[in-house]
Design a protein around this ligand. Structure first.
Ligand code: NAD
Ligand code: DAU
Length: 349
């Protein structure tokens, strides 16, 4: 198959592209990414010489470019991850979220339907969504595939809008489409604006560790490799027209998770026990901060046999080790140096 993966230079996208190129050598992957601040080709340096991997720099809101990519590569499927993904940025500047997540998804759907017209059989539009579209849970209960949509941030509202468009294109135009909703991911190559890499980076540099409010908000943390394994499985064995929830059964209050990272890093860095925890600072809460997310993934488990892998502490420890061993990567993405590189690199192309 020829598959366009959008957002393949980002955190989850780069793990998915690597998995696909290595595990499905008979498939051709076209990574379509605009290389925003969150996209980094350094995440995929090891794939540059792979014959079944192509990179196209492009914006999913650009319909002419999308048409050209479809005409050139004639894809059988799209796995759509490109998005503005950070809730805090959506609060300070929602426009980019509406542009990419809503208008970009609409442009991609429109291009797929017009290019695949009369030949939808065997095609697939796989949309990677989030559990945040379902809103905020109280202390009990979990999100399922039938939970009502109740997005509460500009980010989750824009993702909800994109989900609705995918379902609408399935029902109206017969586009074979699947949507999956995943909980919070962690792992290597995550931009250090998100909680786990931000905390690791700040501990490393003995900076204050910001915890929003009391730190009692709960997230269900899934290792990114488990997410890409689920996408691979759903892509191959899921039913078009269906949605799937992906989660980890691994709920943590933010403050408890932050203190665990402090403990693990004090050990790894040979610091006095408790040294890093002293730098935790409770800061002003995120406006409209969702209290709790948790996912019931029993459909994915019973229908397709998927389960998250065990041993969160080992995965977290492995993740910390990656950031400690890749200080140059962290410095590049935090200094903005890599953005200058891309501007230089692409300005004469
Ligand atoms: P990310 O921010 O790390 O990466 C997003 C990628 O999309 C970047 O490479 C960026 O350059 C690219 N991009 C942004 N705007 C674009 C545009 N207009 N055209 C083309 N490319 C563009 O995001 P992530 O954390 O890897 O998330 C990937 C997807 O998974 C998103 O759709 C997100 O909503 C969803 N998701 C993320 C999580 C999580 O915990 N990170 C959980 C569930 C679902
Ligand atoms: O649930 C899936 C979602 O998870 C994805 O759809 C989003 O793309 C992804 O960014 C993530 O959203 P969150 O808002 O849950 O992730 P974030 O890492 O920004 O924050 C996790 C929790 O930690 C949240 O309760 C806010 C809190 N937090 C975050 C930061 C950055 C802090 O307390 N301090 C911080 O500095």
């Amino acid at each position: 198959m020829k598959i366009i993966i959008t957002g393949g230079a980002g955190f989850i996208g780069s793990h998915l592209v690597r998995r696909w190129v290595n595990n499905h050598p008979g498939d051709v992957i076209i990574n379509l990414d605009a290389l925003t601040y969150a996209g980094n080709l350094g995440n995929l340096e090891d794939l540059v010489s792979c014959e079944n991997y192509f990179f196209v720099k492009g914006d999913i809101t650009d319909k002419d470019l999308l048409r050209a990519v479809f005409d050139t590569h004639k894809p059988d499927a799209v796995i759509h991850l490109a998005a503005e993904s950070h809730v805090d940025r959506s609060i300070s500047g929602p426009d980019a979220f509406i542009r990419t997540n809503v208008l970009g998804t609409a442009a991609l759907l429109d291009t797929a339907v017009s290019c695949w017209k009369g030949a939808m059989e065997g095609k697939l539009f796989y949309h990677v969504s989030t559990d945040e579209v379902f809103g905020s849970l109280g202390p009990q209960g979990k999100f399922t595939e039938t939970s009502p949509y109740q997005p509460r941030s500009p980010y989750s509202a824009s993702k909800a809008a994109s989900d609705h468009l995918v379902h609408a294109y399935h029902h109206t135009y017969g586009l074979p489409a699947i949507v999956s909703h995943c909980s919070n991911n962690f792992g290597s190559h995550q931009f250090p604006e998100k909680l786990i890499p931000l905390v690791i980076n700040n501990i490393r540099h003995r900076k204050p560790i910001p915890v929003y409010g009391k730190g009692e908000n709960v997230r269900d943390w899934l290792w990114v490799e488990d997410h890409t394994r689920a996408i691979d499985l759903i892509f191959h064995e899921g039913r078009p027209g269906e949605t799937y929830c992906i989660g980890a059964n691994n709920e943590w209050k933010n403050i408890d998770l932050v203190l665990l990272i402090c403990t693990l890093m004090d050990e790894k860095l040979g610091r006095k026990p408790g040294e890093s925890a002293q730098r935790v600072q409770h800061v002003t809460d995120r406006p409209g901060h969702d209290a709790r997310y948790a996912i019931d993934f029993s459909r994915l488990h019973s229908e397709l046999g998927w389960s998250p892998s065990p041993d969160f502490r080992a995965q977290l420890s492995h993740t910390i080790d990656w950031y400690l061993a890749n200080d140059v990567w962290l410095q590049m993405v935090t200094s903005g140096e890599y953005m200058h590189y891309y501007q230089r690199h692409y300005s004469n192309r």
